[in-house]
Structure formats: C-alpha cells, structure tokens
Design a protein around this ligand. Structure first.
Ligand code: ZN
Length: 200
C-alpha cells in the first residue's frame, strides 16, 4: 500500500472540514490540516512496530515462578476502526509467572504499540493477550480493558455512553477465585448501594 504524501493528507483533511460545513481557508483553520497530519502520525505510531519486540527479551527468573504479577490501570488511547473516533481508558495486565518475567516498562510499551492503531476494544484485548502468550509463555494471564468510546457520545440518545469493559483470561488464572476483584482492586464500586434511610 502506497503511503500518501503530506500534501495528499492535508487535502483530505481540507475535504473533511468542508464536509463538516466550514471553510478550510478561514484563518483559524488554515494550519489545521498540517496539525491533523502530525496528530495522526502520533495517534497511529503503532503501525510498523512489532508487538513482540516491544516486550523485549524476557529474563529467566526461577524464584518468581508461580507469582502473580499485576500491572493495574495503565492509561491507553486508541481509535475505533468504525468511526476513526477515539476510545481511551485503562488496561490492567496480570500473569502468573512461568520460567520468565519481563519489565513493567515493556508491558506499557506493548499496550502503546497495539493501541496506536485503528482498533476494536475486543481485538486490542486479544492482541495484548496473544503477544504475552507468545513471548512470555506464562502459566496464566488476564487482560482487562475499560474504555470510554467517543463515538457512543455522538448519537443523540442512541449510543451507550458508558464505559466498555473487556476481559480475556487464560490458563491458570481461569480457575483463580475472585480474579476480577483482584484486577479491579479498589476501583470496583460496591455491588449494592447502601440503603438510604428516610428516602421517599
Ligand atoms: Zn466507533
């Protein structure tokens, strides 16, 4: 696939501005096409980067075997492939260590590489799990994503403007009791609201 030239990208943005109903030549919008081109380069910097390489070289760590490693609420920012609209939230990644472990920075980098693409939240969840499975071969793993989808706020009353939660669990963690509570930590609201005395 041929990469468009900067001029072609800027022309496309001008077309979208006109489609929105505004004048791409008015002073406030004149530099917008260049800014959008730069913002896109940033937002989609995950293309051309290998998720497995982002995880680096896992290190042998016999004394960590069987330990639960949990990285909670890593912020991520992505774009839905249906509307080119942002969705953003937090990723929580956990694994029960096998023979190898890796650095926390690598986990964060993996989430960045895979989220800086056109995505579906379900596929992003699966791709994070797949890279961990392939590179780290843990005894078990869990990936929990919670995100707000901007496209759901666009449709007046027809969308679902809540946070979407997706969860992938594999291996030994499938049988772990209370896993979701462990992943959510103290962010899970109580299941039942406390009764309010004297309410009408
Ligand atoms: Zn969407």
């Amino acid at each position: 696939m041929r990469k468009p030239t900067p001029g072609e990208v800027e022309a496309a943005v001008r077309t979208l501005i006109a489609h929105a109903g505004d004048d791409p030549d008015r002073p406030g919008l004149r530099e917008t096409p260049q800014r959008v081109a730069l913002a896109y380069a940033e937002a989609f910097s995950g293309y051309g980067r290998d998720p497995a390489a982002a995880l680096g070289e896992p290190q042998p760590a016999a004394d960590a075997e069987g330990q639960l490693v949990l990285l909670r609420a890593l912020p991520f920012f992505s774009h839905c492939e249906h509307h080119l609209s942002p969705f953003f939230g937090e990723a929580t990644v956990a694994f029960e260590a096998g023979e190898r472990i890796l650095g926390i920075g690598h986990l964060a980098d993996l989430v960045t590489v895979l989220s800086r693409r056109l995505q579906l939240q379900e596929r992003l969840t699966e791709e994070i799990a797949a890279a961990l499975r392939q590179v780290l071969a843990p005894r078990g793993l869990a990936v929990l994503l919670e995100a707000t989808h901007c496209c759901q706020h666009l449709h007046d009353g027809r969308g679902i403007p809540g946070r979407l939660r997706t969860l992938r669990v594999e291996g030994s963690l499938e049988a772990r009791p209370g896993l979701l509570a462990t992943l959510l930590g103290d962010r899970e609201p109580p299941a039942v609201a406390p009764p309010q005395s004297g309410s009408a």
